[in-house]
Design a protein around this ligand. Structure first.
Ligand code: ATP
Length: 296
């Protein structure tokens, strides 16, 4: 099946004015593609460029050069015969905002909710942007939150008071409610306890059955092996592998496992370990990204 997302030669650099104008290259010619129903994991050391890749695709970051093409229905009727490809880097902001709500979603590591909006409302708004209306939208929002185990007493509280794990579940519920054709997930289960993590993983696993294309950053090799059909390894902003999990783990074990905190390397199977995570700060995201809500 042809790709729904095609990224070609993506380059992104940052100029750090606070440190004498030093330049950091976060993406150095990244190319990849994701087809409907595929789950492509992005792996690599901290600072390799994984989140930058997702943010450039979603256009939270503007790439210096390269191309990001998304296949969308020509008339919004979802029929495969009638599709066209859009170059996202060249789209007007308004068109991009519409696409973000409807055709593809981004679940970042951090919940971005407008002030005084509760989880239910937030997920309901996401459902409506994806085309659901009335009772259907309400039922979908309730189902998404229930499935991720968010206690109903929290559905109307201000999102600002939620714990990290609760926020992550609300974020995931909003991203996956009436799922779009392409989902970008940035460490979507990193803050969850084992029971809630399992609920979230089952939900993410289900996306494949729905033919959703997923491009997701994970630090946990167990999760990658469970969910992904392909792994793209990024090193210093470059793709150094793009293959099945088994092949990538066999060939790139050293780079990936080098980042496992000592205690997490299983003595029998090092590939099961987690790669150490160093997350971007809220500040980085807040400064560079708009929520769907803000741009819709
Ligand atoms: N807004 C920004 N301003 C300056 N530098 C940035 C910015 N965003 C990313 N970078 C730099 O780009 C490089 C890649 O960062 P990125 O967040 O993409 O890495 P990552 O692979 O996702 O890391 P992690 O696994 O720790 O989340 C890093 O050196 C980072 O400091």
């Amino acid at each position: 099946m042809s790709a729904i997302l095609t990224v070609t030669d993506l380059v992104k650099t940052f100029t750090l004015h606070a440190v004498g104008g030093r330049t950091v290259t976060s993406l150095d010619g990244v190319s990849l593609h994701v087809a409907p129903g595929e789950h492509v994991a992005v792996a690599g050391a901290s600072g390799a460029g994984k989140s930058s890749l997702l943010r450039c695709v979603y256009r939270n970051y503007e790439p210096d050069s390269g191309s990001v093409r998304l296949r969308v229905p020509a008339n919004g009727d979802g029929s495969d015969e009638d599709e066209r490809e859009l170059e996202l880097t060249a789209l007007p902001d308004r068109t991009m905002a519409r696409l973000r709500g409807r055709e593809f979603g981004y679940v970042s590591q951090f919940l971005q909710a407008p002030p005084r909006v509760g989880p239910f409302d937030l997920v309901l708004r996401a459902a409506k942007r994806r085309g659901l209306t009335g009772e259907d939208a309400r039922a979908a929002a309730a189902h998404a939150l229930t499935r991720l185990g968010l206690d109903e007493v929290l559905w109307d509280v201000d999102c600002a008071v939620l714990s990290g794990g609760e926020r992550q579940r609300v974020n995931l519920a909003a991203g996956t409610v009436s799922p779009p054709r392409l989902l970008l997930l940035d460490e979507p289960v990193s803050a969850l306890d084992p029971a809630n993590r399992e609920k979230a993983l089952l939900l993410i696993e289900d996306l494949r059955r729905l033919e959703v294309a997923v491009l997701a950053v994970y630090h946990d090799m167990k999760i990658i092996r469970r969910l992904a059909n392909r792994v793209v390894v990024i090193q210093n902003g470059r793709v150094v592998a793009d293959d099945t999990p088994a092949t990538v783990l066999a060939q790139h074990r050293t780079e990936l496992i080098d980042h496992v905190p000592d205690g997490e390397i299983a003595s029998s199977s090092a590939t099961d370990g987690e790669i150490a995570s160093s997350s971007a700060t809220d500040g980085e995201i807040a400064s560079s990204s708009a929520t769907d809500e803000e741009i819709a």
